[in-house]
Structure formats: C-alpha cells, structure tokens
Design a protein around this ligand. Structure first.
Ligand SMILES: Cc1cc2nc3c(=O)[nH]c(=O)nc-3n(C[C@H](O)[C@H](O)[C@H](O)COP(=O)(O)O)c2cc1C
Ligand SMILES: O=C(O)C(=O)c1ccccc1
Length: 363
C-alpha cells in the first residue's frame, strides 16, 4: 500500500516505536479537541489561482532575522529525540542543515547545545529555552548558547506546568525515564556544581532536572531583563492573544511564535490560524510572526503565510520521519518543500511577494 508522505512516516512510527513513545509524540492535552482542530483549521480556507504568469523558476526562500532560509519552514523544538532514533537531534539537525532550514533545539534535547552547533554548519541553529526555576541555570544555558554561536533563543512561555496528556498519564510515561533529554543539564557547569553529587544515580539526576525544569513565576519583566542581558535575538513561543503578542514586541522580543504547543498544553486552546490575522494587525507589518500546529502540507504553509505568518514550524511530521533516521527527516522536509513549490506555481506565484491577499478565502 502506498501512503501519502505525511501519513507514511506516522504509520511507520506507530509500527516501530514503543506504545509509550508513540503515545508521547502523538498525544495532545485533555480532550484532544485542539489536536483535532489544529489539523482541520487549514481546511476552512480555499485558494484562488492566478494564471498565465511565468512560474518556471520559483524562489521559495524568505528572510528570517537577516538570514536567508530556503523555505519558510523551521524544525520546531521537540524534546527527547533519542526515544525515536539513537542518532536523535544530530540526525534531525543534519537533515535541516542539508536543506537550508533552521533547526530549533529543545532544552530537553538528548545532545548538548555544543554538539548540535557542530552539526549546524550551513543553516541556523536556534536554542529553545525552558527557563528553569533556578535563574543561575537559566543564565548558564543562555551563555552557552551565545558561546556556541546560535542564531537566536526561543523562549517557550506556555509551559508553567506540563499540560495533562492523558495518554502519558495512562502509560505512566515520561521520556526522561528512558534517559533521554538530559544532555543540556548533564553538561552544564552551573547545574553540576549546584545539584550533582557523587551519590547521584540516573533516577536522582532525573528527579533533580524535573524539579527545576519548569517555572511558574516567569513574567514579562523577567523576560525583558533577559532580553537586555543577552546579545542574542529572543523569540517568544506559545502566544495566542494579540495584546500578549504586542507586549512581547514592546519588551524587545525579536519575534513571536503563535502556537498552542501542538495542542499539548491548555486543553481546548484556540487554533493558531484563528488568531494569526488579529495578532498580525496588533503587532504591525514588520514584526516577525511565526506559527505552528497542524502544518502538514505545502498549502498549509501558504495559507499561514497569506494570513500573516512570516514562517511556520513543523513538529510531529519530522519527528515521525526520524524513525527512519536522518534520511527519514530529509524525506519529510523534501516532500513538504516540493509540495510547496508545486502549489506556488499553481497559484501563479514565482515568489512569496507575488501572492495576493485576494487569493485566499475563508468559507
Ligand atoms: C513530542 C513533542 C515534544 C515537544 N517538545 C517541545 C519542547 O521541548 N519545547 C517546546 O517549546 N515545544 C515542544 N513541543 C511543541 C512543538 O515545538 C510545536 O509547537 C508543535 O509540535 C507544533 O505542532 P505540530 O506537531 O502539529 O506540528 C513538542 C511537541 C511534540 C509533539
Ligand atoms: O512534550 C512536550 O510538549 C514538552 O514540551 C515537554 C518538555 C519537557 C518535558 C516534557 C515535555
């Protein structure tokens, strides 16, 4: 049986991974109503082609924070890649690097910031920060990201606590139980100094990381202070409300990612595509706005762009591809870029600025 690429890798992942690992990757929070509608939100819109234009050469590239990226697609931060493939983030980052797309490394990656920066020789490497409840550790991670030469920080702010994913609760599963996702802590001089003793074993180390991983006291003021103290541009991830987005801009953020965390945090959180136009209106035209959640095809990228996003992030599609290692991730990305290219041609646009707002309609 031949399957469409997006479904193909999900099917392979479901067959090959443990029930626990696949449940963790695919699951959403609570009722999973947002998970369902993240995928469906794009179907509310239709596209209108404009024809008889020369589309023999399509340029899919865009500028993001003064870098040219080959398509407006970033690999979203996803923790714990080694539960999918032993090469983990190294494989995913390498696929992104080859195709000229940015890779956003999670705080809970299974390889360190320094390891992944070695892989990202051609494309941009971003570091996603879960600001730990210990500021010393937070700032240590930021300093390491600066020294490793990352392009920017992505601070995820929709996770004061982990959402209730009932599938993981029913499996009593947390990926760190498999030893995944600890690398950035185990290589951190401040974490080691403050938390690690010679009596520690895997279980106590995991507990110590988990005890500081999330931070329920994070505020705009604290993020503003960090922005003033780092040389890196800071993108804020997890915003769904226009005034929050404007507040991020006002404190000096370099951009915002409109996201409901792939429907894994607030149960019943609104679909990002529903709010992107309002947010764009609130922050104005020149402020970098990214979006994620449910992006599966080229036309999803196009619709997000036409409604006001500068670029998109993809999460589950590439992590399912990682079941096949670097080759699998590359397959997912190549198919998505091809789908995007073909559909831009069919819309009559040889580049992004040739798309007209009149070419999208909400039904
Ligand atoms: C398995 C998994 C792990 C994730 N881990 C993180 C993470 O460590 N940090 C973060 O900011 N977002 C994390 N996310 C959210 C993604 O960055 C992204 O917002 C989401 O996956 C986009 O939706 P999509 O999967 O429908 O493309 C995770 C998502 C998944 C599916
Ligand atoms: O699974 C997630 O969505 C996620 O972001 C996360 C991060 C750290 C620990 C557990 C889950």
């Amino acid at each position: 049986m031949t399957l469409k690429t997006t479904d193909k890798w999900e099917t392979i992942a479901k067959q090959q991974l443990s029930r626990n690992a696949f449940g963790y990757l695919s699951g959403g929070a609570g009722s999973e109503v947002s998970l369902k509608y993240n995928a469906e939100q794009f179907n509310r819109y239709r596209l209108i082609p404009r024809l008889l234009r020369d589309v023999s050469h399509v340029d899919t590239s865009v500028e993001l924070l003064h870098s040219t990226i080959q398509a407006p697609i970033l690999l979203a931060p996803i923790g714990f890649h080694t539960i999918v493939h032993e090469c983990g983030e190294r494989a995913s980052a390498s696929a992104a690097n080859t195709l000229g797309l940015p890779f956003i490394q999670s705080t809970v990656a299974s390889f360190s910031i320094e390891d992944i920066s070695e892989v990202m020789t051609e494309s941009d490497h971003y570091f996603q920060l879960y600001w730990p409840s210990d500021d010393d550790v937070a700032y240590s991670l930021v300093r390491r990201a600066e020294q490793a030469g990352v392009k920017g920080l992505v601070i995820t702010v929709d996770t004061p606590v982990l959402g209730r994913r009932e599938i993981d609760l029913s499996h009593d599963y947390f990926p760190m139980d498999e030893g995944a996702g600890m690398a950035n802590f185990m290589t951190d001089p401040v974490f080691k100094e403050k938390y690690v003793t010679s009596e520690d074993n895997q279980a106590t180390l995991k507990q110590k990381i988990q005890s500081i991983l999330f931070n329920q006291t994070l505020t705009f003021e604290k993020v503003e202070t960090l922005i003033s103290q780092t040389s890196l541009p800071v993108i804020i991830k997890g915003i769904l409300e226009p005034s929050d987005a404007k507040h991020c801009k006002d404190i000096g953020a370099a951009g915002v990612i409109v996201s409901n965390h792939g429907a894994r945090q607030l149960d019943s959180a609104i679909e990002p595509l529903e709010v992107i136009e309002e947010i764009r209106e609130k922050v104005g035209h020149d402020f970098p706005l990214l979006i994620d959640g449910g992006i599966r095809r080229g036309t999803d990228v196009i619709k997000a762009y036409m409604l006001g996003a500068d670029s998109v992030l993809i999460g589950r599609p590439y992590i399912y591809g990682l079941t096949g290692g670097e080759v699998g991730v590359r397959d997912v990305l190549e198919q998505l870029i091809d789908d995007l290219t073909v559909n831009l041609k069919l819309l009559g646009a040889a580049s992004w600025h040739e798309l007209s707002p009149a070419q999208i309609r909400r039904l």
